[in-house]
Design a protein around this ligand. Structure first.
Ligand SMILES: NC(=O)c1ccc[n+]([C@@H]2O[C@H](COP(=O)([O-])OP(=O)(O)OC[C@H]3O[C@@H](n4cnc5c(N)ncnc54)[C@H](OP(=O)(O)O)[C@@H]3O)[C@@H](O)[C@H]2O)c1
Length: 258
């Protein structure tokens, strides 16, 4: 039975991905900071059909939190077949309004943790010649969509990092797969946690987290390196990748100065 380790598994997209995997009978390792939420999510996922659920409370912004998860990924006695680097965050306030320590905290969660856990996972998967890593980025990572914010830069890193590894001979010849998942606006706790209003965008632009999770897993199995769920965000992604910046700029929004 396959084992998947999902970070940020107690809410939003991470929980939806874990739920989709549980329904397939996978064994799960759930990572997040809040133990009580991990315990409650583990109960729900066992009921949904997971073969087994372990919880691993860890703050991925900290070196010790990352080290604990990396140790679990490196353990060849209980191999992890799929790593989902999903935990991530943003701020409503702008780069200059935030303390630099807060900006570094965002990079620690969105970038450094993904780098460290991918390194640990590939170190165990490549010798076994099997396994997969999904790194959750964002359509916002394809351009300057969210101005005066570090968030799109952190997600641009995730897209480029994942694509660079996925297309390398070292990884391709091992049979290990990597995929970057680029969701658009998705109904989760993300915006509420960041203090970002949800009156905009309009309802038709919001995706359902279970739909994003199902599409991502289907794309992973098809061998996609980049997964952009939904036609509307595929079109947005194409525009952000190929249109001149002068045409794209009017669609960008500013982080609120605070
Ligand atoms: N929602 C969107 O519109 C959207 C769009 C594009 C991309 N994304 C990306 O999708 C991913 C998931 O976002 P979401 O919308 O599902 O967020 P969410 O609903 O806010 O859930 C965040 C999850 O991450 C955990 N987490 C947060 N900080 C953590 C830390 N320092 N260490 C360990 N776990 C941590 C949270 O649990 P604890 O608080 O208990 O730690 C929770 O389980 C993120 O990478 C986000 O950037 C989201």
């Amino acid at each position: 039975m396959a084992t998947a380790l999902v970070t940020g598994a107690t809410a939003g997209l991470g929980k939806a991905l874990a739920r989709a995997l549980a329904r397939e009978g996978a064994a799960l390792v759930l990572v997040a900071r809040t133990r009580t939420n991990l315990e409650e999510t583990a109960r729900q996922l066992c009921a949904a059909g997971a073969a087994h659920v372990d919880i691993l409370p860890a703050d991925l912004a900290s070196a010790t939190g990352c080290a604990a998860v990396a140790a679990r990924l490196a353990d060849q006695g209980t191999p992890v077949d799929l790593l989902v680097n999903n935990a991530g965050m943003g701020y409503a306030s702008s780069f200059l309004a935030n303390a630099v320590a807060d900006e570094e905290y965002l990079l620690d969660v969105n970038v450094r943790a993904t780098l460290r856990l991918t390194h640990a996972a590939l170190g165990a998967m490549i010798p076994r010649r099997s396994g997969a890593v999904v790194n959750v980025a964002s359509v916002a990572g394809l351009g300057p969509a969210w101005l005066a914010s570090t968030y799109p830069a952190s997600k641009a890193w995730t897209v480029n990092f994942t694509e660079s590894l996925a297309r390398s001979c070292q990884v391709r010849e091992s049979g290990v797969r990597l995929m970057a998942l680029l969701p658009g606006y998705t109904r989760t706790e993300f915006h509420q946690r960041a203090g970002i209003g949800t009156a905009w965008p309009p309802a038709w632009l919001w995706l359902d987290a279970d739909y994003v999770a199902r599409t991502a897993l289907r794309n992973l199995r098809r061998g996609s390196v980049i997964s952009v769920p939904s036609l509307r965000y595929k079109a947005a992604a194409w525009g952000l990748r190929h249109l001149p910046r002068t045409l794209v700029r009017p669609f960008a929004w500013e982080a609120a100065p605070r």
